[in-house]
Design a protein around this ligand. Sequence first.
Ligand SMILES: [Zn+2]
Length: 372
Amino acid sequence: MSWNDIIGQSRAKKYLQRAVSEQRIAHAYLLWGPHGVGKDALAIEFARTLLCQTHNAESCGVCPECRKATMLQHPNLKIIFALPAGEKDTSGGEEKMKTDVQSEVREQMERKALNNYFHFSIPRASVINIGSVREIRRESSMTAFDAGKKIFIISDAELMNEASQNALLKILEEPPADTIFFLTTSRKELLRPTILSRCQSIRCDALLDDEIETGLKEREHIESKQARLIAQLANGDYSRALDLLGEDLIHLRESAVNFLRAVAVGKPVQIFEEIDFFLDSDRKVSEQFLQIMLLWLRDAMLMQEGKERVINVDQSESLVKFVERYKGAELSATLAVVEHALDLLRKNVYLQLIFVSLAIQLQRILLHEKNS
Ligand SMILES: [Zn+2]
């Protein structure tokens, strides 16, 4: 990892690089912006640069300090995140943590080390509790024998409850020497203004689809077609893109196209055969299915209008057929119908109902002009 491995975020990157090269480093930084755009990744790279033995503006990546920092096992680099209620509430620290939580934490730390864009989500963890902040105070007050900077990254800092925020504020009011705090958040309005005012604020932007696509190709070695599809579904959020890597999107897309075909020829049995496999599962799959259908229909519409840029490049043949067949259909209306279905899905409307109504409305739109 180096600054070059950070996806996009050139403004935030420049700001932090300049702080290092000019040696004007603040006690506390707030990295804020949408979810999954690399706020933790920026903080970790900053930490690595400061800890590197070369003391350059760029971490060398090979010295022992860099290696420990890369594995997130450097004693002077701590990442704090939400833990299940009760954990670390006592000052007992890690030995008091339940074994299952402990192994989950270890596993997620490893994943974070392998990919700084990985987003922590420990089951049942919704709060950064006071115990974690007390530990920061304890560790930051200890004078290290090996002099050097200490960096604390508080990931999703808005998850600090009131007691934790108060405790952190006390630390920030009298910051210990050589200690740097990074607070990362996608919801800074939940942090106390007094905390915000003690941090250098750095805004991070949503990532562009192209940036995510390139990131997936270069960092995760994903082939073009899939990278492009995922980038469109990720909505500027690289952590979400990583989650989507594990999903069978190509299969879902096939189902979405078959669903549209079945709808158009009006075969109700076939319509439900296509979606049967996920109707009983997680609503998340239904959402992905609808989003993929939306992208596909958008491509069909662009093609109908004679525009070039389509997402499902590998689908051009079946898109051409579809557009040919429903020449007169108002495809923009199909987009609105699918968007409405997505809306209902988020409002927890009964799944079968959503899909029946979607099928009927799509059929009307697709067949209307054709029959007249
Ligand atoms: Zn180094």
